[in-house]
Design a protein around this ligand. Structure first.
Ligand SMILES: C[S@@+](CC[C@H](N)C(=O)[O-])C[C@H]1O[C@@H](n2cnc3c(N)ncnc32)[C@H](O)[C@@H]1O
Length: 286
């Protein structure tokens, strides 16, 4: 099972009340969902994820608390409808643990990683939308370069895009990693394809606008005193969370509970290296 990141911090800032209604916007394999469910009596947690395969695993992993959990399959941009359907009032808390899970990252069939060969897919929701293969094989060179530069913050994006266009069709993760490696030599610790993979993943899953949706709709779904806790792993995401929370704080709509983002303890990063880059921010709606 996925090891939930910063479980104690997330739970303490959510301040779960046993009769409350909560939304785990990113249920993944159900790690945080289980922790919330354990604290409920008459309350309930809506466990949402856009990845049906993850929801199925979360369902199995949280079987013990199934009477307190309602699962929902959908993206952040459909959360308002999901909450309206499953809860008859505003929420006491929302948790979002952004990005992909270890399961998604390490399953070669999902195509997120170049650690092993697999189809170049990268969709969190495999029931819809274009794959990373569609993107690299059918996007014009300039558009591809721009997105690798902007989303991946890859300075050598033009070279990468040119190499990709020349090597088409690209079908597998290792093929793409190899094309990038040949185009831009390794300089530091990072594999040269890391930023390109990141950019493609963000584009395929529309991650930037999905996070914008979540940050707009989340506070509107909370009742007064309700809390929103967001864990992010990329500085580009944390910046957005910080700015949106600040805006809500300035307008007097919310109180910021984390002046600075909380980071995982050394003990946690030792036990779970995947938690290393986590930043947690929380607010309470006024
Ligand atoms: C880091 S994992 C969450 C792990 C989970 N907290 C646990 O303890 O098992 C992030 C999850 O969010 C989901 N996700 C990412 N972006 C999403 C979006 N826009 N809408 C819905 N789910 C999303 C992914 O499919 C993934 O399962």
């Amino acid at each position: 099972m996925h090891i939930p990141v910063m479980p104690a911090e997330a739970l303490s800032l959510l301040a779960v009340r046993s009769e409350g209604i909560y939304l785990d916007a990113t249920a993944g394999l159900g790690g945080h969902t289980a922790l919330i469910a354990q604290q409920l009596s008459s309350g309930m947690v809506i466990a949402n994820d856009c990845d049906p395969a993850s929801i199925e695993m979360a369902r199995q992993n949280t079987e013990e608390w199934k009477d307190r959990i309602r699962f929902h399959h959908g993206p952040f941009s459909q959360l308002a409808e999901a909450v309206a359907e499953l809860a008859n009032r505003k929420l006491d808390g929302i948790l979002a643990d952004l990005g992909v899970s270890r399961y998604q990252l390490t399953d070669p069939h999902r195509g997120f990683s170049f650690m092993s060969d697999g189809p170049l897919d990268m969709r969190m929701d495999q029931t819809t939308g274009m794959t990373a293969a569609d993107l690299v094989n059918y996007t014009d060179e300039k558009t591809l370069a721009d997105l690798i530069f902007q989303l991946g913050e890859e300075r050598r994006a033009r070279k990468v895009a040119r190499a990709i266009v020349r090597a088409r069709p690209i079908r597998s993760t290792l093929h793409l990693a190899d094309v990038v490696l040949r185009a831009v030599p390794r300089t530091g610790r990072l594999h040269p394809a890391t930023k390109t993979f990141m950019a493609l993943r963000m584009k395929v899953n529309d991650e930037a606008s999905e996070l914008d949706h979540l940050l707009q709709i989340g506070p509107a779904l909370l009742q007064s005193g309700g809390r929103m806790v967001v864990i992010s792993f990329m500085s580009i995401d944390d910046r957005k969370v910080k700015e949106r929370f600040r805006e809500l704080g300035r307008d007097g709509r919310a109180a910021i509970l984390t002046k600075h983002p909380l980071r995982p303890s050394e003990e946690e990063t030792g036990r779970n290296p995947a938690s290393r880059s986590a930043k947690l921010r929380a607010l309470e709606l006024n």
